[in-house]
Design a protein around this ligand. Sequence first.
Ligand code: NAD
Length: 227
Amino acid sequence: MNQLRAQANGRPVLGIPEATVARLPVYLRALTGLGETGMRTVSSEQLAAAAGVNSAKLRKDLSYLGSYGTRGVGYDVEYLRYQIAREIGVNQDWAVVIIGIGNLGQALSNYGGFRSRGFRIVALIDGDRSRVGEMHGDLPIHHIEKLDELVAEHACSIGVIATPGDAAQEVADRLVAAGVTSILNFAPAVLAVPDGVDVRKVDLSIELQILAYHEQRKRAPGEEVQA
Ligand SMILES: NC(=O)c1ccc[n+]([C@@H]2O[C@H](COP(=O)([O-])OP(=O)(O)OC[C@H]3O[C@@H](n4cnc5c(N)ncnc54)[C@H](O)[C@@H]3O)[C@@H](O)[C@H]2O)c1
């Protein structure tokens, strides 16, 4: 899928390229940082530098939102932040369920930064009955058999999978059956899901490999990487 549908007043208006959609959270984070320093307006060059992209690309991306800035003044930081947040959907409050409360699931459940970005972790779920009732922050672990009930109770549309890879498909199937339509998958597994369900895969080792690739090219020719 190359084009995502943008919504304005609930109506689909134009296609936003997926690469642009992927950069919107980066702009949002940069704008939040600039806003916190007290900056009221920002030029496309300043925002591009803060976001780590080139300014022509930034202007093109923002034009998809109908945001062109004011010549000689730039963009209103707060308004642009609001526009991007609305486009991404983070002006809403999204209920999130995490499945698999091991090392990673616990770290995610203890991270306080999701809430300020519009994501509320509402339930922690694990397949190990001996973990039921264990508290992380102010949430207890529930057994996976309670998944349907919890998803319905909290109107969860987003599920995070942090189970081992061999359990991930089964967990995804259960999430979909419970009504979850977006899955963030940390497990090393390729998930099959029906149309209408979005899956994003997070793989930190791929990110590290990309860094290693660039690191290798910074070295002088002939310089060996120590194993
Ligand atoms: N994507 C990344 O960058 C990245 C980084 C770290 C870990 N991981 C992956 O995240 C996953 C979790 O890693 P971890 O170190 O937290 O593992 P862990 O073994 O500490 O935790 C896994 C948890 O999943 C639970 N579980 C197992 N099967 C289940 C099922 N069918 N239903 C519900 N819960 C179930 C276990 O009881 C356990 O609590 C692994 O797949 C790991 O490879 C990915």
